[in-house]
Design a protein around this ligand. Structure first.
Ligand SMILES: Cc1cc2nc3c(=O)[nH]c(=O)nc-3n(C[C@H](O)[C@H](O)[C@H](O)COP(=O)(O)O)c2cc1C
Length: 176
């Protein structure tokens, strides 16, 4: 199975990218491609810009990446209970091209933050709205207190219980 994996963050030191990179190593039965949303940067969405110049190619290119794979692995960063502006902007532009952004693909949704909340709000938002964008969420998992539970030097989750939960969440693509 081909899986497209990315963090919904534009931070160079994204903890969600660390998490998704580690999760990708556990999907060893599959072919995982990592995507960086910084490669799809566009001006802040405005209907005026769209009317004047159309939809930037980056939006179509992002949708094509999704089209080509069998499943998605996304880890959402949380800013004020919501998507990062960077991901929301990409999402909004892409939705103008095709509202069915996730194109029916099975999605494993992860989220993490340094705090005890573990970016649960954005995870709930992403999960509960996925059906509007033709997303088929097969599992979701929040990793709280990232720096306590993740060994940044080794690049792996060190909390055994969370690791077991992550493996269960990742196995959902095999059952779909
Ligand atoms: C503007 C801003 C708002 C934030 N809001 C939240 C929040 O609502 N909940 C939370 O758990 N963490 C919040 N954080 C902390 C982020 O979880 C933290 O910066 C994390 O590293 C973001 O993920 P990333 O490293 O993958 O980009 C916020 C950080 C910023 C800069």
């Amino acid at each position: 199975m081909k899986i497209l994996a990315f963090a919904a963050s534009n931070s160079r030191n994204s903890i969600n990218r660390d998490l998704v990179s580690f999760a990708a190593t556990l999907l060893d039965k599959h072919e995982v491609e990592m995507l960086n949303i910084n490669d799809y940067e566009m001006p802040i969405y405005s209907s005026d810009l769209e009317a004047a110049h159309g939809i930037p190619d980056a939006a179509s290119n992002f949708l094509k990446k999704i089209e080509k794979v069998d499943a998605l692995l996304i880890s959402y960063a949380e800013h004020n209970g919501n998507y990062t502006v960077a991901y929301k902007n990409l999402f909004d532009w892409a939705s103008r091209k095709n509202i069915e952004i996730y194109q029916g693909k099975p999605i494993i949704m992860l989220a993490s933050s340094p705090g005890a909340g573990g970016a649960k709000s954005v995870l709930a938002l992403a999960r509960d709205s996925a059906h509007f964008f033709k997303g088929n969420v097969v599992s979701s998992l929040s990793i709280p207190s990232f720096y306590d539970n993740f060994d940044s030097v080794k690049g792996e989750l060190k909390n055994a219980e969370l690791l077991a939960q992550l493996k269960t969440a990742l196995s959902a693509v095999d059952n779909d």
